[in-house]
Design a protein around this ligand. Sequence first.
Ligand code: MG
Length: 262
Amino acid sequence: MCATCGCGDDAGVRVTTVGAGQHSNDQPPHEHSHAHPHEPDPGRTVLLGQQILAKNDHLAEHNRAWLAARDLVAVNLMSAPGSGKTTLLERTIRDLHAELALAVIEGDQETLVDAERIEATGCPVVQINTGAGCHLDADMTARGLRALDPRPGSVVIVENVGNLVCPALFDLGETSRVVIMSTTEGPDKPIKYPQMFVGAHLILINKVDLLPYLDVTLEQITTSVRSVNPTAELIAVSATRGQGMAQWYRWLKELGALPQPS
Ligand code: MG
């Protein structure tokens, strides 16, 4: 896992506030060297992995308390790259901005591309670049939350790094976990990457508008999801065409009703 690939090393992480044409980093960017041991000791690797996760869980509890003290809830939004996370957020923010205070933390290895897309909607946003890292962790999230400084009562959506493996292991201190899978990924991803789907409270099946052009049915995808997670809420959506979005908005507003916007 992450102790093997070294992505638990946060030396290359950058947090950037995007807004009003100004980009400011909490630390200067620098080159990240990513050394891989050629013959890792399996025992040491397992121990290191346990230590990384225990430290992360501790920091995640701090984040949960930080959010609760500010009347905030947070969504950890996870998926494979290209499943439509940012597109879903752009439409959600534009449709809900009058009803729900939203703020976004974007996670990607490099670039401010997604943060700039969110900024264009008028929503407060911070970009976290993980460098070599393949997931966000609780420490990065804490730094992102401090930079974002969401207004009390907001729903903070954390768009994790696109990856169906490592993000599932790291609690960010979120209130709820949402996983998006798109119809174009085929029906087998839930059974190939079950950890991602097992822990989800809500699973969005995106790009349903493309189903007529694909050799997969919504029933096949649903059956696959249900085989690993029989209880999560399931909503079929098209973030580009709007199908199912009203149901997602209802879910999000119910989550946002936990705190009372001031
Ligand atoms: Mg994105």
